[in-house]
Design a protein around this ligand. Structure first.
Ligand code: GLN
Length: 482
């Protein structure tokens, strides 16, 4: 039998149409691949073999005709799939099964995809390394001693390791783009409001967006087309047309004005990362793109602003996990002790740190000094982008300052960990879309990512720029040896 796991979604769709490949055969490939490698990668938080086979059988029986029919997709563990474990990789949601489907899941089911389990993540999406999961860390398929990035580390690692064809992640400060970069796959964060958040367990509600993680830009366009669009169930969803993103899969950047923000090419940027990004710039120049230096003067404040806003929103969103309605419940007889003990036992260290930070920033007396000030600085960061987009159509940056770091390297120093999102956070604060595409490997063989950022709702422009780069980049994808 063919090894369908190594296919992209488009290739697999072609094989399905040409040779009438059965979903059952695709499911067997997945199972074999998972058995062979997932003990090492640990990309799944929840995987139900019986359910996978039943779903495959149903797809075969119904002769499903959806555009992504039979394509196996993993869903991040903070996105609700009806009657399936949805735990945000946290002990506090132990045993919780979602009572309904998130809108993205409904759409993926309608498109005929084969849902293939829940992917591991940093607890409640708090992290950049996938080390805070209660199910243990996911490992980078390119080097098992290294992190896959986070918080959608499971999603990115599963795609990179050919355990699934594509995956869905969520991006609050970089959690789709950063792990995609570190695992050598494509990750897309749409404009805030483009994809419904209904059924995504909230972290930072003003920042969260759901996005695809795929093997190439073509698959990214295919998936985005399915999950994007207005949803009355999400009050922040925007009612605007969704273009057919596959029509943007054209190789043309002639005359495209690309800005290089000087604040992103600074000391501390890894040499190999800089070299690969510089090569990408040269390549795009050769293809007719026009480059200019731009300035995003408030970049330095982004990480601090983000950690105040994101932790404040998280502390409020996580108040609902108190042992009454969801998951874990301590046996303490008094109500107050039950609340306290459930939260003490259920949340990990990073979640507790963020709840405490956020509660402090929102408390009376400190609200003006921290939260309000952060919101004002957020506006300045947004205005930097508005100004920049007067002179360019797309902004190009590295996705991360360094390739994947070692497991355990930053766990004792939260501030160092927080700084690894320095290039991805600004787009979330400004609500604008960004994509990470692979742009080569470090000398040590670790993947490096290139980020394109665009104006609000210009997802199509991003796809076109990223596709042009990908198709011309000319380096071979190295498959991880597992
Ligand atoms: N790494 C960032 C954080 O820890 C972003 C996480 C995310 O996007 N969910 O907050």
């Amino acid at each position: 039998m063919q090894d369908f796991c190594t296919y992209t979604a488009r290739q697999l769709r072609q094989a399905i149409e040409k040779d009438s490949v059965k979903a059952a055969d695709i499911a067997s490939c997945l199972l074999a691949r998972r058995n062979a490698v997932d003990k090492k990668v640990n990309g799944f938080a929840h995987f139900d073999k019986k359910l996978l086979l039943e779903r495959a059988e149903a797809l075969d029986a119904n002769e499903s005709k959806g555009p992504l029919s039979k394509i196996p997709i993993a869903i991040k563990d903070n996105i609700c799939v009806k009657d399936e474990l949805t735990t945000c990789s946290s002990k506090i949601l132990d045993g919780f099964k979602a009572p309904y489907d998130a809108t993205v899941v409904t759409r993926l089911k309608q498109a005929g995809t084969l849902l293939a389990g829940k992917s591991n993540m940093d607890e409640f999406a708090f992290g950049s390394s996938c080390e805070t999961s209660c199910y243990g860390p996911t490992r980078n398929p390119y080097d098992l001693d290294r992190i896959p990035g986070g918080s959608s580390g499971g999603s990115a690692a599963l795609v990179a390791a050919d355990e699934v064809i594509a995956a869905i992640g969520s991006d609050t400060g970089g959690s789709v783009r950063q792990p995609a970069a570190l695992c050598g796959v494509v990750g897309f964060k749409p404009t805030y409001g483009r994809v419904s958040r209904y059924g995504l367990i909230a972290f930072g509600s003003s920042l969260d967006q759901i996005g695809p993680i795929t093997k190439d830009v073509t698959d990214c366009a295919l998936l985005l087309k399915i999950i994007a669009g207005y949803d009355p169930m999400d009050s922040t969803s925007i009612d605007t047309d969704v273009p057919d993103y596959t029509t943007s899969l054209v190789k043309d950047v002639k005359g495209l004005k690309i800005g290089l923000p000087k604040e992103y090419f600074i000391e501390g940027l890894d040499k190999d990362v800089k070299e690969k990004v510089d090569q990408a710039v040269d390549l795009l120049k050769g293809l007719g793109a026009e480059f200019r230096e731009i300035s995003l003067p408030h970049t330095d404040y982004a990480v601090s602003v983000y950690y105040i806003v994101a932790c404040s929103e998280a502390s409020s969103n996580l108040a609902r996990f108190d042992g009454v309605q969801y998951g874990l419940r301590s046996k303490k007889p008094s109500l107050l002790d039950m609340y306290k003990e459930t939260r003490r036992e259920g949340f990990g260290m990073e979640a507790k740190r963020r709840i405490i930070l956020g509660t402090y920033a929102l408390s009376s007396g400190y609200y003006d000094a921290y939260y309000l000030k952060a919101q004002k600085a957020r506006t300045l960061i947004k205005q930097d982008f508005d100004e920049a987009f007067k002179s360019c159509d797309i902004i190009l940056t590295p996705t991360t300052p360094t390739p994947a770091f070692k497991i355990g390297e930053k766990t004792k120093e939260p501030l160092k960990m927080y700084l690894s999102d320095i290039f991805t956070i600004p787009a979330n604060l400004a609500g604008i879309p960004g994509i990470s595409v692979p742009c080569g490997y470090s000398k040590g063989g670790l993947p490096i990512g290139l980020q394109f950022i665009a104006r609000p709702f210009d997802e199509a422009g991003l796809i076109r720029a990223a596709y042009t780069y990908e198709q011309n980049a000319g380096f071979e994808r190295i498959r991880p040896e597992l």
